[in-house]
Design a protein around this ligand. Structure first.
Ligand code: FES
Length: 102
């Protein structure tokens, strides 16, 4: 079934000291886990899908999260932001502006 909202969470990992860094080094694992746990807790299967990805580009602003079909890009996302991101998109209240990547 096609989800209504698809959250892509960059899980890319680079070696320690790499000049571009990586979302994994910036805490993407805990962001992904928070999404997974919250989708399960709210029983959002079929409404929300969460997928880990490789690099999506703005590594210096990671962890990066992209939401479709809205086409909204977020940076510096933490596990503490996940509930607000889910609420905002499920309730179709636009985007969480303070986390948006221009
Ligand atoms: S490593 Fe996540 S956007 Fe590049």
């Amino acid at each position: 079934m096609k989800p209504k909202h698809h959250f892509l969470v960059c899980m890319n990992q680079r070696p320690p000291g790499h000049p571009r860094g990586s979302c994994s080094a910036l805490g993407a694992g805990s962001v992904f886990e928070a999404f997974r746990a919250e989708v399960e807790r709210r029983e959002l299967f079929g409404t929300v899908q969460v997928t880990g990805t490789f690099c999506m580009g703005p590594c210096d602003q990671g962890p990066t999260v992209v939401v479709y079909p809205e086409g909204v890009w977020y940076g510096h996302v933490t596990a503490a932001d996940v509930e607000e991101l889910l609420d905002t998109h499920i309730q179709q209240r636009g985007a969480v502006e303070r986390l948006q990547i221009a």
